[in-house]
Design a protein around this ligand. Sequence first.
Ligand SMILES: Cc1cc2nc3c(=O)[nH]c(=O)nc-3n(C[C@H](O)[C@H](O)[C@H](O)COP(=O)(O)O)c2cc1C
Length: 195
Amino acid sequence: MNPVEQIKHSRTEARKLRDPNADICFLALADNDGRASIRTLVLRDIGEIDFTIFINQTSPKWKLFSAGADYELLIWYPSQQHQFRIRGTAAPLDANTVGQNWLRRPQGSKYLDYIYEDFQPQSSELASREQLTAEVQRLKEVHKGQDMQAPSKVAGMKLIADQIELLDLNHEDRIHSRRRFNFVNNDWQMTELVP
Ligand SMILES: Cc1cc2nc3c(=O)[nH]c(=O)nc-3n(C[C@H](O)[C@H](O)[C@H](O)COP(=O)(O)O)c2cc1C
């Protein structure tokens, strides 16, 4: 069994049922001191063994990635009763792909990317919300939309899986099925786990 194909299938079924989690994932990172952080992200493309996310280089999570932080990506589709936990390596997405995708972002998100670059980094402290909304208003007056290009700190990451765990709750008497898959010699090897 190929666990990436299983994720794609579960996601397709989740989308059909308008599962609110169908297009998101949860990314946990650990810093050098072992301090954990976790956040929700849009899960973009799923490749043969990789998962694409879009993030900003001014953000704490980018800094953690740059420092080689360990990660785990979690996907939970309630409509399918499937949980996936993904581990592996990470590699930045090429600038061309990032730039093309960025053009399709909602307008508000584009302004925020400008904010991160020219005003304050993502996740930094604001003096007030008014300060932020005033800056967005200023940007709206300068940039009407069509002239906007991806700022240089917009980025994407490919998370390349070497281990995927599937917890399947669709079994009788709550005796769930839990399987770990390791990518070895270009193939997925399965190990059954106590759920
Ligand atoms: C539904 C949802 C989708 C999100 N998608 C993204 C995303 O695709 N990229 C992103 O950088 N942040 C996204 N966020 C915001 C992140 O969860 C997080 O708050 C932000 O990126 C700052 O993270 P950091 O301080 O850990 O770097 C999303 C949040 C939610 C609730």
